[in-house]
Each structure stands twice: as C-alpha cells, then as structure tokens.
Design a protein around this ligand. Structure first.
Ligand code: NAD
Length: 413
C-alpha cells in the first residue's frame, strides 16, 4: 500500500477545484465529509471451525443527485480512509457522466484468495445483513469492485431479498445474467475505457498506436479485449505477479487462457517477462493503469513514455505525478471519466430491474457508447474552452453539478 493517502489527495483536489469554481467554502467543507459511515465487525465461522471477525465498511458520501452508488471491495489493504475517498470519487463519477446517482463505497478487510468459496459466501451474506438497514434500491445500490464480482452480487441480492421477504434485484448491480444482471455489465468498465481511448486517438491521430495495460482483472481484461477487437495493438499486460511485453502485439484472449491455466501472465509464449514497474515505463503510446491506486507517482512519472494515459483504475495517479504529466504534455483521461462505463451500465441494469425488463447486448452497448462518447466530448470541449486538463475539466463539471443540486435542494442558500 502506498504511503500517500488517497483520501488526502481526493480532498486536496476537491479544495483546488472548488477554488477555481469559486464555490462557497461552506459547500466545499460539506462535500469533504461523507454523510454516513458505517463500520461493522463481521463474525464468520471459517471452514476449520474457528470464528474470525472481519472489519467491514459502507461509506455514503453524497446523495444530492440520486441514491448512493458504489462498489464493494474485498482486499487485505482496505482502510476506512480509502473507502471514504472512493465514495467521494463515486459522487464525481456519477455526476460527470450525468447519471442520477450519488456516491458510496464499501469494503471488507479480507483476502478472498486465501478463503474458500463457502467462507466468502458466509462473509458476503453477513456483511449484507449488517449493512442492510442503510442500503436499498432507492437508498444505496452496491456493485462489484476489486475482489468481488457477479457471484457476490447475487448473494447480496439474495440475502437482502430474504430479509424483506420478496425478490429485490434492483438493490445491487453487477449481478449474473441468470438473476437479473444486465447484458454487457461485466465488460462495461473495460469497454468504457476502450471507448475513451478510441475517442482520444481521434484527437491525437497516432499511427498504429501501442498500448500497455497494468492489471488484468475485470477492467484490464475487458479494456484489452475491447481494444483488441477495435483493431488496436496491445504490447504489454500485467497482473499482480508481473507482466509480459511483445512489441508486435499480444492477443488478450489467449493471454487470459494462459492465465486461467497458470494463475499468472508471466511466462506467456513469445513475450518478455517484465515487472509492473517496468510496464509503467515501457515504450508505448497509451498506458492504461487498470489495477490499483497510486501506481504513477513522482518517483516514476518522469520515466513514463506514453503520450496518453487512460485511468482504468480509481486514483492510479498521485497529484505530484499528475503535475509531471501536465509538464510533459501527456494527455490524461481521468478515472472519473475513463472508468465510468461500469456505473453507466450499472444504472442501465438498475433501470431494467425496476421495469422488470431485459435489454439486448446491442441496446446496452449502444446506450453505453452514446453516454461515454458524449461525456468524453463534454469534458474535452470544457478543457479546451477553459484551457485546463481533462482531470480538472471533469472535476469541474462534476463538482458543479453536485453543488448546483445541493443549492437547488435548498441544502445550501
Ligand atoms: P479485479 O480484482 O478484477 O482486478 C484487479 C487486477 O489488478 C488483477 O489482475 C490483479 O492481479 C491486478 N493487480 C493487483 N495489484 C496489482 C499490482 N500491485 N500491480 C499490478 N497489478 C495488480 O479488479 P477490477 O474490478 O478490475 O478493478 C481494478 C481497478 O478499477 C480498481 O481501481 C477499481 O476500483 C477500478 N474500477 C473497477 C470497476 C469495475 O466495474 N470493476 C469500475 C470502476 C473502477
């Protein structure tokens, strides 16, 4: 875990943008703090018969524009501050793509890789029961994040539904297709990353651009396959154990087949093994950090060769690194825009659930495409008009939308 606090960075960024927007200092103070923080101690019977108590959180940052919305993270490094920061980031993300949601995040300090499926299920169900009072289809709608996926979302839906006595699919998004999930949700974040990448290439017009992707989970993998399907060349891929490089290009479908067999991407045929640190500095046109936060720092930012950075992960760039990228004129597509495809299709899933409808993959992807292209254009045009970075433009649009909602609701005069 990086020593730099994501929460400190996120608050600093809010203060900075608030000043540029000339926002009332009181609104900024209001936005700095989550509206509600719930900490739970989750006792679970492990397979060996012992009881282990896991710490879990649900943080609700802001609901001025709609119900709270945000993923649930299972990771040993989860901290309350991290979850608070991620909840705030969710508020901006929903706002920048203009989706009627607020921002929330959940997390449990655990290592799902070292737990059995039964242990993970017991943990998920009890965590759900312990946060059930504050979530709900029109209160707070969880979704997957690092370490969780459709399986956990199904358990959350089932537990919440059992507590209420009837099926409530709209309480959570990112569910499996068999239980009211949406076509295209699993791929949505990566697909949105790919759409942003493609849109940025219309501006830069690079010949046969090469792409390096850090992280080969839900975001990294589907960003890789979407870009590959669009005809782009992926030269480097990594997971937590290390990465691979081939300047002539990698087939991400084949790399995933290999990873499924071997549990890692390193050792893949016709490629050179590299470290995660090397991947960030590798010769490429586009770098997509899609793993965890604080990967691009003042220590490595000067060595980044890419001309475009597309933030698939949340908070992968520290403010110091961001400054260096601005000086180096690297075009950074910020997380709140680049990875908003996930929350966009979560919203589409929620709408389908409420209406008890099931849309085709074509319909879902068309709506995702339209919203991502429009949001990218809105942010890009704003950044050109105000002569500012994409990150500042996205943050200005988002924070202004939330502040306007607070004013119009009468929360602020
Ligand atoms: P995931 O658990 O599916 O995958 C994470 C990937 O990162 C794995 O391949 C893992 O091996 C790799 N990884 C972990 N630590 C690493 C390290 N130190 N160096 C390199 N690789 C490492 O998680 P995900 O859902 O793909 O999420 C990735 C990022 O995207 C997170 O920041 C998450 O908050 C963000 N995000 C996810 C979604 C979503 O819909 N899943 C939406 C928006 C943002």
């Amino acid at each position: 875990m990086s020593s730099q606090s994501l929460l400190e960075n996120t608050i600093k960024q809010l203060e900075y943008i608030g000043e540029i927007l000339n926002l009332d200092k009181n609104i900024i103070e209001f936005l700095k703090h989550p509206k509600r923080t719930l900490e739970v101690s989750i006792p679970i019977r492990m397979d060996d018969g012992t009881i282990k108590v896991f710490k879990g959180y649900r943080v609700q940052h802001m609901d001025a524009r709609g119900p709270y919305k945000g993923g649930i993270r299972y990771h040993p490094d989860v901290t309350l501050d991290e979850i608070k920061a991620l909840a705030m980031i969710m508020t901006w993300k929903s706002a920048v793509v203009d989706i009627p949601y607020g921002g929330a995040k959940g997390g449990v300090i655990c290592n799902p890789r070292e737990m059995s499926i039964n242990e993970i299920e017991r943990l998920t169900r009890r965590y759900t029961a312990m946060i059930a009072d504050i979530i709900g289809p029109f209160r707070d709608v969880p979704a997957p994040d690092i370490g969780t996926g459709p399986r956990e979302m199904a358990w959350i839906m089932d537990t919440y539904s059992q507590l209420h006595g009837y099926l409530i699919p709209e309480v959570v998004t990112g569910k499996p297709l068999s239980v009211w999930g949406s076509e295209g949700r699993l791929e949505a974040t990566g697909r949105g990353v790919a759409i942003c990448t493609r849109e940025s290439l219309k501006i830069f017009n690079l010949k046969n651009p090469s792409i390096a992707i850090q992280g080969f989970g839900k975001v990294g993998y589907y960003a890789a396959t979407s870009l590959y399907d669009m005809g782009f060349k992926i030269v480097a891929i990594s997971d937590s154990k290390g990465g691979i490089y081939n300047k002539n290009g990698l087939n991400p479908y084949k790399v995933m087949e290999y990873k499924n067999k071997n549990g890692k991407v390193i050792g893949y045929e016709n490629s050179k093994d590299i470290t995660n640190e090397e991947l960030l500095k590798i010769e490429c046109d586009i770098l997509i950090p899609a793993a965890i936060e604080n990967q691009l720092t003042k220590e490595n930012a000067n060595d980044v060769k890419a001309k475009i950075i597309v933030e698939g992960a949340n908070g992968p760039t520290t403010p110091e690194a961001d400054k260096i990228f601005e000086e180096k004129k690297i075009f950074v597509i910020p997380d709140i825009l680049a990875n908003a495809g996930g929350v966009t299709v979560s919203y589409l899933e929620w709408i389908q659930n409420i209406h008890r409808e099931h849309w085709s993959i074509e319909e879902v992807n068309k709506k995702l495409e339209e919203r991502m292209v429009k949001s990218f254009k809105d942010v890009y045009d704003f950044s050109k008009n105000k002569n500012t970075s994409m990150r500042e433009a996205a943050m200005m649009i988002a924070i202004k939308r939330v502040a306007d909602a607070l004013k119009d609701l009468g929360v602020w005069p």
